[in-house]
Design a protein around this ligand. Structure first.
Ligand code: NAP
Length: 262
């Protein structure tokens, strides 16, 4: 008689921010497919409802959603409370939300734009991590994944973006990820980062819908194609699972072979 093996994230609970489309949605879908209960979220109720309905239509019944602007403390608290109420604990957190006001010359960046980007991309990720850690501890451990970008690793990945508030916030996220390793390890929590290259989402359409920018990007990508959100999702699932049980503080680049260093 055939017995089915348990899925690798069976019994686990995940929160994914900014997960009603793009990479976050693909990550939520993959974690749910791998057996986790998943709380999805983004700023707009309509998008949350549509994303939950779409996931349920694919037989992923272990998914719920709430409105959460990652930059708002009361929203982050609600996200955590609803996850605990719905699923009884938290084992995994994926900090995927980012803000990127259209970049111009670096020294034209206003203080307001700088603050907004760092508030959403870095400070809110830290505060959410800090808030979920006690709940992961209660479960005996957990796994956290931050989402940076290939623009953190290369000055020329997308012209003008490495030297921008967005680019520097993404470099800082890698620093945050590494800095939190010892304290997290003491609580049996691993923390890693996934850095997407040029992934075909609404966020990056300024690159792939513009033939000049697309040609520049392709010149740097040995695989000569855009990445897909699902290709990021598999890496996040790996980093959340016990398959990566001895990995913490690392950044995995999903960049089609783009040569990267930091
Ligand atoms: P996307 O397709 O544009 O999706 C953005 C998602 O984020 C939507 O669900 C949106 O829903 C939500 N969102 C936006 N701002 C939010 C906020 N402040 N709080 C909560 N949710 C928010 O973007 P993506 O390409 O998947 O990007 C996801 C992550 O990957 C970002 O961290 C980005 O920096 C990173 N990344 C992407 C690429 C790429 O090529 N796509 C490359 C490198 C890094 P609502 O509008 O309802 O809030």
């Amino acid at each position: 008689m055939m017995t089915s093996l348990p899925k690798k994230l069976e019994g686990k609970v995940a929160i994914v921010t900014a997960s009603t489309e793009g990479i976050g949605y693909a990550v939520a879908k993959r974690l749910a497919e791998d057996g986790a209960s998943v709380m999805i979220s983004s700023r707009r109720q309509k998008k949350v409802d549509e994303a939950v309905a779409k996931l349920k239509s694919e037989n992923l019944t272990n998914v719920k959603g709430v409105v959460c602007h990652a930059g708002k403390e009361d929203h982050r608290n609600y996200l955590i409370e609803e996850t605990l109420r719905s699923f009884g604990g938290i084992d995994m957190l994926v900090c995927n939300a980012a803000s990127n006001p259209s970049p111009g010359p670096f020294f034209d960046t206003t203080e307001e734009a700088w603050d907004k980007v760092f508030h959403v991309n870095l400070k809110s990720a830290f505060l959410l991590i800090k808030a979920v850690i006690p709940y992961m501890e209660k479960r005996g451990g957990g796994s956290i994944v931050t989402v940076s970008s290939v623009v953190a690793h290369r000055t020329d990945a997308v012209p003008g973006v490495h030297a921008s508030a967005y680019g520097i916030s993404k470099i800082s996220l890698i620093g945050l990820t590494k800095a939190l390793v010892p304290e997290c390890a003491a609580k049996n929590i691993r923390i890693n980062c996934m850095s997407p290259g040029v992934i075909e989402t609404r966020f990056s359409e300024v690159i792939w819908k513009n033939s000049f920018a697309n040609k520049n990007a392709m010149a740097l990508i040995p695989m000569k194609r855009l990445g897909q959100s699902s290709e990021c999702a598999g890496v996040v699932s790996f980093l959340c699972s016990d398959d990566s049980s001895y990995i913490s503080g690392e950044t995995i680049i999903v960049g089609g072979g783009m040569s990267c260093r930091l």
